[in-house]
Design a protein around this ligand. Structure first.
Ligand code: SF4
Length: 187
């Protein structure tokens, strides 16, 4: 299996993308084209940053992180890389795994590699973003049509109520980024 993943960006520590402190990994490439997508820069399939899972953990993993959240872009459009990433997170680092996808669970079940990925996911949040159903609580999802699948007993739905809807992060490169499930006017 190809071990490189095309990554848009990585946030080493966030408290608004799933339970506790999490490393957030945004995959590059998505064709779902949800109107009002929160992350349109991730749509192109240009090669942005090619990393192996091992490189991601070596470079970005902090000690106080309890798990990874994989978002995008569409993680399941790189299923082999996603599989290796999830497996490495669970077996090599004992991290929990949360994955957001624009596909629906039943669509993923039809593909052999995607099905393998599901075995290494603690919580899946599925479905395309629908602006008319925008989530208006602190639950960590974009819109109310998206469903939570708890494949293990590590988390419950109450763990996905976040302390805030969004965070502003200043990276080592000095660039200010926003993450979470709301838009903040940075101007
Ligand atoms: S699936 Fe996610 S990244 Fe893709 S268009 Fe929809 S909201 Fe945007």
């Amino acid at each position: 299996m190809s071990s490189f993943i095309n990554i848009h960006s990585i946030i080493p520590s966030s408290r608004v993308n799933g339970p506790g402190k999490r490393m957030v990994i945004f995959f590059q490439g998505c064709y779902h084209d949800c109107p009002y997508c929160f992350n349109p820069d991730t749509h192109s399939f240009d090669k942005i940053n090619l990393y192996t899972p091992e490189e991601i953990f070596k470079k970005h993993l902090r000690q106080d992180i309890e798990g990874i959240t994989v978002s995008g872009g569409e993680p399941f459009l790189q299923p082999k890389g996603l599989y290796r990433l999830l497996k490495t997170a669970r077996y090599a680092y004992n991290l929990t795994t949360v994955v957001y996808t624009g596909f629906e669970y039943n669509e993923l079940r039809r593909d052999n590699v995607c099905r393998l990925c599901l075995e290494f996911i603690d919580v899946l949040i599925d479905g395309r973003y629908e602006e008319s159903k925008k989530e208006n609580t602190l639950l960590a999802r974009g819109s109310a049509n998206q469903r939570f699948y708890f494949f293990t007993s590590r988390y419950l739905q109450k763990d996905f109520y976040m302390p805030a809807k969004a965070e502003i992060i200043i990276g080592n490169d000095g660039i200010i980024r926003e993450t979470g499930f709301s838009r903040i006017d940075l101007k």
